[in-house]
Design a protein around this ligand. Structure first.
Ligand SMILES: *Cc1c(COP(=O)(O)O)cnc(C)c1O
Length: 361
């Protein structure tokens, strides 16, 4: 039992999820977003498990280079583009497509001529106010990119949605309208939708979709789960096991801060896994934990290496040292834990710590 906690990655689920995404966005190409170490799932192994992706998107140059060095031949998009001439040359060398979201990047490309520019994605800020040209300056930036010599092989258009997960769709409709107005009469493939844009209330369309979270089988919405509502399968299962069983007499407390008190004589399972592995420390007592396929409540505070789970109920009678535990996966889904911790599943997935080994299933 030297490897108690591990993140089990289901490659079959990744391939299932990309097919579900294709069915939701018929005719669109899929740019698989694998930034942040593929949302904690392992950058290279995730890309290698997705031969069906039309391209990959990463945030940083180093991530794109790592994919090329592992033999990924599909197009790779740098979502934040490049910031120095050296990065531009590296992007060129590794054949990476660039997002251009800022006038400084246009200058960089113009100054670097005659280096042949890669495929460019010009980003329009339609209301998120993070990256992108505001509609009133977008045309000028686009004109300057068209004038690059040698000419880029393609200039494509993208924007990013701020509230695609909102049920009313109001912000999304406004952003789509601004995008249409800004790009009227300008050709080129279009990409707008992230996961929430693909599965959300407002039809977003576009020639390319950019799913991240859905690839990993997880829902971005405030309710439900990817498995329950979207037909996805969770890719990561954070698994461990019981390392001790204790009897806690009624009235005694469990864990740091003595925040949980036994209301009757309790049987408590101590489980290997804590905030040192990436479990949020603020999970409250009562948070569901999967013990031998059944749900049991967390009791007391999350420690660095351990949690305690109340297995007093009769259905947990067989639980003992070595019993397998699922911290998140099929049940409980990571969406449930994220809500219990007051955050989003993206953060939990990205936060699985370095010491947790990965198994590819
Ligand atoms: C991260 C990101 C995505 C993917 O978002 P999900 O919500 O995970 O689908 C798409 N586009 C851009 C620009 C991003 O930064």
């Amino acid at each position: 039992m030297s490897r108690l906690i591990r993140a089990v990655i289901d490659g079959g689920a990744l391939r299932h999820n990309i097919e579900v995404i294709r069915a939701r966005a018929p005719g669109a190409r899929v740019m698989a977003v694998v930034k942040a170490n593929a949302y904690g799932h392992g950058l290279e192994q995730t890309a290698l498990a997705l031969p069906g992706a039309d391209s990959f998107a990463v945030a940083r140059l180093e991530e794109g280079v790592r994919l090329r060095e592992r033999g990924i031949r599909a197009p790779i998009v740098l979502l934040e583009g490049v910031f120095t001439d050296e990065q531009l040359r590296a992007a060129r060398h590794f054949d990476l497509e660039l997002v251009v979201h800022d006038a400084l990047q246009v200058e960089l490309l113009a100054a670097a001529a005659p280096i042949e520019p890669p495929v460019l994605w010009i980003k329009i800020d339609t209301g998120m106010n993070r990256l992108g040209f505001r509609p009133e300056v977008f045309r000028e930036a686009h004109r300057r990119l068209r004038e690059l010599r040698p000419a880029p092989p393609a200039i494509r258009l993208m924007t990013h949605l701020a509230c695609a997960d909102a049920p009313d769709g109001q912000m999304t409709r406004g952003q789509l309208e601004r995008f249409r107005a800004a790009t009227r009469g300008i050709g080129g493939a279009v990409s707008i939708a992230n996961t929430a844009g693909i599965f959300g209330a407002v039809p977003v369309g576009g020639d390319w979709v950019r799913p991240g979270l859905a690839l990993y089988g997880v829902s971005p919405f405030a309710r439900g789960s990817g498995r329950g509502e979207l037909g996805l399968r969770p890719v990561m299962s954070l698994e461990t096991s019981v390392i001790a069983i204790r009897s806690v007499p009624r009235g005694e407390t469990v864990g740091y801060g003595a925040t949980w008190r036994a209301e009757r004589d309790a049987r408590i399972a101590i489980v290997a896994g804590g905030y040192g592995d990436g479990l949020p420390r603020n999970l409250p007592s009562g948070t569901p934990v999967g013990v031998a396929g059944r749900i049991a409540p967390l009791c007391g505070r999350v420690s660095m290496d351990m949690i305690a789970v109340d297995v007093s109920a009769a259905e947990h009678a067989a639980v003992g040292v070595g019993t397998p535990v699922v911290l998140w996966g099929e049940d409980p889904p990571v969406e449930t834990l994220a809500r219990a911790a007051g955050t989003i599943p993206y953060e939990l997935l990205c936060a699985v710590s370095q010491r947790v080994p990965f198994d590819l299933r």
